[in-house]
Design a protein around this ligand. Structure first.
Ligand SMILES: [Zn+2]
Length: 241
């Protein structure tokens, strides 16, 4: 299984065009990718609302071009800290039906700098699309919330959690998710979905969340992967292996 659901192009702060990335994904045998460029944030170069139609149209053309070889999803990465600091309303969220999901960064508990989970849950409840947390180190970002409670909340509000290959704790050499066993254990009894990606910005050779997928598999929860029904239609119901 070979996919990557967190990728940046030069529509935001990535180095390569959507075309180059899709072409590379096909050449290296990926089965599915998601473009998740930053949307409308002050943090970094991002897609402005008037640029969104071109972004989505370009992805749609690539989807058509590679329809036999590669599943391509359109996503946007949302900076929830900036969202709250700039007082954006929910109506600022683009409603284009071709957006497949929103990836949200900087959602935290009350004591850290981010959008507090309580507010995020209201935000999430008002959106019909899939919504997930980008590269969030669960035990740190939600310190004080027991793993069973947190996973019950994510299941109830249908919030998926990303396993990101590129984020390690300071001084550590393995990705965050390698420290999440209590959460994965809870996922055996809560229907929480997971995503996986690299957050690729410039190095095309890192594309593909292979280890994250194998890790989910080793925890018996590969079937909790988002879009699995499209990548692997034969084994896709949300039950544990
Ligand atoms: Zn990102």
């Amino acid at each position: 299984m070979c996919f990557d659901f967190h990728i940046h192009s030069n529509f935001s702060d990535g180095q390569h065009s959507l075309e180059t990335i899709a072409e590379h994904a096909v050449e290296t045998g990926l089965q599915a990718i998601a473009f998740s460029d930053h949307y409308f944030t002050r943090k970094t170069r991002s897609i402005k609302p008037d640029q969104l139609p071109v972004y989505l149209e370009t992805i749609s053309k690539l989807r058509e071009k590679y329809r036999k070889e590669l599943i391509i999803k359109s996503a946007l990465e949302l900076d929830m800290l900036d969202w709250i600091l700039t007082g954006k309303e929910l109506s600022a969220l683009p409603a284009d039906p071709s957006i497949d999901f929103f990836l949200c960064e900087y959602v935290t508990n009350e004591s850290l700098s981010g959008m507090p989970l309580k507010i995020f849950l209201k935000f999430r409840s008002a959106i019909s699309k899939p919504v997930g947390l980008a590269h969030t180190d669960l035990p740190i970002a939600f310190a004080g919330i027991p793993a069973n409670e947190l996973m019950a909340i994510f299941a109830e509000f249908n919030i998926f959690v990303e396993l990101n290959e590129g984020y390690c704790r300071p001084g550590d050499t393995v990705p965050f998710y390698r420290h999440w066993d209590p959460y994965f254990h809870q996922a055996l009894s809560h229907p929480v979905s997971f995503s996986a990606g690299t957050d690729m910005h410039s190095d095309l050779t890192i594309l593909g969340a292979h280890s994250a997928y194998r890790y989910l598999e080793s925890k018996g929860i590969r079937n909790h992967l988002i879009f699995l029904h499209e990548i692997d239609p034969d084994r896709s119901s949300l039950h544990n292996d």
